[in-house]
Design a protein around this ligand. Sequence first.
Ligand SMILES: Nc1ncnc2c1ncn2[C@@H]1O[C@H](COP(=O)(O)OP(=O)(O)O)[C@@H](O)[C@H]1O
Ligand SMILES: N[C@@H](CCC(=O)OP(=O)(O)O)C(=O)O
Length: 380
Amino acid sequence: MSELRRNILGEAKRIVIKIGSRILVDSVRGGVRTSFIQKFAHSVAKLVEDGKEVIVVTSGAVGTGMAILGYDEKPKVLAEKQACAAVGQIDLMYVYREMFLGNGFAVGQILLSADDFRDRVRYKNLQNTLKTMISKKIIPLINENDSLVVKELNGIGDNDKLSSDVALFFDADLLVVFTDEDGLFDDNPKKNPKARLLRFVPEITPDIIALTGKPGENGSAVSTGGMRSKVESIRAVVKSGCNAFLANGMKVLPHEIIYGDAVGTLFIGSHKKLGSRKRWLSFVSTPSGSVVVDDGCAEALRKKHSSLLPVGVVAVQKQFKAGDLIEVLSQQGERLARGIAQLDSANVQLVLQKKTALVRSILGEDSPEEVIHKNDLVVF
Ligand SMILES: Nc1ncnc2c1ncn2[C@@H]1O[C@H](COP(=O)(O)OP(=O)(O)O)[C@@H](O)[C@H]1O
Ligand SMILES: N[C@@H](CCC(=O)OP(=O)(O)O)C(=O)O
């Protein structure tokens, strides 16, 4: 096991490190936890000097801004929360800048939103910017563009999903997620002192997800995501072949994870790496429409990696056009896959549960026969 760990962690070249607000924000005195960033910068500098390529995804803007503006808890009004982020981001970046410069490295800030991964042009720009920064040994510091982004009801998302998007995008070998616990436990250690640490998770099954409570359940005064969003985001990266390590940023530093025997939970990446097109499909977070498939079709998608054929589709749930990204749901409402539709929803409606041989006689000789071709399909 230790040998396996050493191989997986020690050989990682492209590394994305996500640091949660609980580590970055001093909940007692308020403001940025400078002592953490100082040690962190020193540790990352060692990795970069050793030829590793490191991208940092950092939370902490809202929590830092709250202290400056005098809030004890996250404001409920979205614009106030976004103002906290705008104020806090400056202090946060200032501390990173000072600490990395002390180790001989410049930092660069990139503020992103989900749209930046969805839009091909911005996506390419991001790729070029990051490539240039990495080649010049500038440390990219990424956060969500909190002051502008409006996400679902509460406006500011957690950075767990952002870090997995970045890891997928960057084709990382390893995603390190730092929080304030030693890793994933078999129960929330803040509520159950007897909870045991899992050192190794070969596969993220529904039972593993169940250990993390309900979505958003364990955010805090400064944090947002909770353990569930971390493990769900880690699941997306391990599916695409990237390994992940969850550790306590108060106790463990990046170089100790890569070269030592640091405590934490190792999640093993699937040995089948996803190609860049499929990785891109996985990024796009808001599909235009959805279809529901029967159990046999769900099994074929999961086990045989087949194309999605009309015969397995029982309903169109949300309208879409050919070429749109759509979601595939089970009859129980579970998210199974997503991919680019070849047919629009009106045509899918006409051929629901029809065998392939009949599809063209209904839709015309030039019509595609699949709802989603397997090359454009990502199964979760
Ligand atoms: N099974 C579990 N193992 C570890 N931590 C858990 C578990 N279930 C819930 N948690 C909670 O998740 C919290 C970390 O998530 P979060 O509050 O989003 O922090 P961060 O700011 O680091 O992103 C921990 O402090 C812990 O209370
Ligand atoms: N992007 C926001 C925060 C998101 C957030 O709290 O994330 P996390 O601490 O990872 O649960 C920030 O910088 O404050």
